[in-house]
Write a protein that binds this ligand. Sequence first.
Ligand code: CIZ
Length: 306
Amino acid sequence: MTLSLLQNEIIALLRRKNAILLVHYYQRPEVQEIADFLGDSLALCLEASKTQAEVIVFAGVHFMAESAAILCPDKTVLIPRPDAGCPLADTITPEALKKAKADHPAATVVTYINSTAEIKALSDICCTSANARHVVESIPMEKEILMVPDGNLARYTARFTNRRVIPWTGSCPFHQALTPDEIRTRKNAYPDALFIAHPECRPEVLDLADFVGSTAAMLRYVQQSDHPAFIVGTEVGILVRMQKDNPGKVLVPAADHMVCETMKYTTLEDIHATLLNMKPVVAIAEEKRLAALASLKSMLSLSESK
Ligand code: CIZ
């Protein structure tokens, strides 16, 4: 692969500034090409906490860079596009969560990593789409569970865990927009393909899936399968990595509209400017960071004991 002049300049700047570039699977292809690490939000934050680099440039949406800053207070975390928000994370406000907690005072609050630092700070434990079931199963049977902000992930997790889960009403707009009719149309066009879906899709869509899993689990599934074709029910950016890992397989997005607008904000020009200016820096007030860290750590200690 030949890199562009701008890509090479970014790589040179990264080395000169003792920085690493963390890139989410849903980012633009040209940004994915120069990633030091490509991954889901949790894997990227864990890379951030292990690196010797002093500076982390996060190509993702805001909550992801915030999670890196929560876990790595000794490092400078830069976000090239601070306006790259997450519409799912925005479906819950601290005030609304405080009210829900007051309405369900005995409930354990399980919060998807796709949430702001403020929401994490008000939660008992975080989860990802990969470990939601394990996290929920760690909570005593008799406890009510308030699971925020993704209602689809909450409902999907509840199916397997025999727990009293109260789902929040939030959803990711492009996962939520995928319909069973669109899947049937794709299946007619690709009758030999398996349909794999992210748990942020709605229940009627998940019912049609041959496999449901997180981004990392979907990548693993396609790579380990002998099947020649897949209809992929998550953000189209993941197809870049999936196709690279599986050059001989037919991979089609479940619907062409499965594009996260804010994930595509970050351009090479933004990353270049960020490295030249060493800003914008992700800053979180220490009290809030420590409270958010506690809910992330509860999740991490659980996966260590798995
Ligand atoms: O946490 C992430 O990175 C997202 C958005 C989804 C996933 O399943 O990995």
